[in-house]
Structure formats: C-alpha cells, structure tokens
Design a protein around this ligand. Structure first.
Ligand code: NI
Length: 172
C-alpha cells in the first residue's frame, strides 16, 4: 500500500467542501487503506480524504493506536447528527504543521455514516474520539484548525508559514 502525499496549508484544496461518495466500490476501499497507511506512518490519529487531494467525504481515525494495537475506524459521508457539552482540547493537524491550538468543540457527538461495506454506522462518541470525529468532518467542509482560532493567532501562523516558504524559495 502506498503512502499518500499530505497537502498542507495554504494549499487551496484544503478549503474546498468535499463531495459525497455515491458508491462504496473497490476504489474507495483502496483509498481508505492507503489513507490508513499514510495516517499510521505520519503518525496521526486521523486523516480526511481532502488532505490527500481527494474530493471525497471519507475519513479514517484511530485514537487507540498508542495502546500498541491498531483499531481503525473508516467512515464514509460522516455527519454529526447530535452533540452536547463543550470541551477545549489542544489539537494539531498533519495539514497544519507546527501548529498546536486549543480548540473548543462539543464534548459528545453522535455521528452517522457508512462503513467500507456500505452499511450504515451510528456512533456515539466522547473523549478523544468525539474530538477526532469533529476535526476530520471539519476537513470535509474545508475547515482547518486555524479557522477555529483567534484572528490574531491565525495571522501569526500565516506569517510564520509565509516566512518559511520564502526561506525555502531563497534556499532553492
Ligand atoms: Ni487535520
């Protein structure tokens, strides 16, 4: 299974809303497996298809991998149907390198979608899984963690990235 290239901010593709998956076919299964491989390799706890340049509502998550075993969750067309509570957690993102930000999200969510066999899935999540689900579903809607921080912090991050890009070009 090949690992895929992860797009990073400010790639405009990350701002796009991804399209729904109409049929769960072999191509989707392959993409999901490649995304899992890419996520474990990074390493990260979640990855959404737009992060690897695919205009598809597909996410992969594994919040338990630190306990030594892989426990992958693949969701197609995931949607938050209910949420409550509020929690602040320091998040990072493979597409937003060198940025950790306190993000406020719902504490518990109920998410519906499809699994890789095309069967309906209905998940009630809290803790890190609830946060990861909301983070990855954000990606499907073109929303990054920097869109959820204060304008000042966002501007500081923008400047940092711009400066790094310039230095890279100067050294090229
Ligand atoms: Ni992310």
């Amino acid at each position: 299974m090949p690992t895929l290239r992860i797009l990073t901010y400010p790639d405009p593709f990350l701002k796009k809303e991804a399209g729904p998956i109409e049929t769960v076919d072999e191509q989707i299964v392959t993409l999901a497996n490649d995304m899992l491989e890419t996520m474990y390799n990074a390493p990260g706890v979640g990855l959404a298809a737009p992060q690897v340049g695919e205009d598809k509502r597909l996410v992969v998550i594994d919040v338990n991998q630190k306990e030594g075993e892989q426990d992958p969750l693949v969701l197609i067309n995931p949607e938050v149907v209910d949420s409550d509570g509020e929690v602040v957690y320091e998040e990072g993102c493979l597409s937003v390198p060198d940025c950790l930000a306190d993000i406020k999200r719902a504490e518990r969510v109920r998410v519906r979608g499809l699994d890789l066999e095309g069967n309906p899935v209905d998940i009630e999540a809290d803790d890190l899984l609830a946060i990861a689900l909301q983070h990855e579903i954000d990606h499907l809607n073109g929303v990054l963690i920097i869109d959820r921080i204060s304008p000042l912090k966002r501007e500081l991050y923008r400047r940092k990235v711009r400066k790094a890009l310039k230095e890279k070009q100067a050294n090229a």
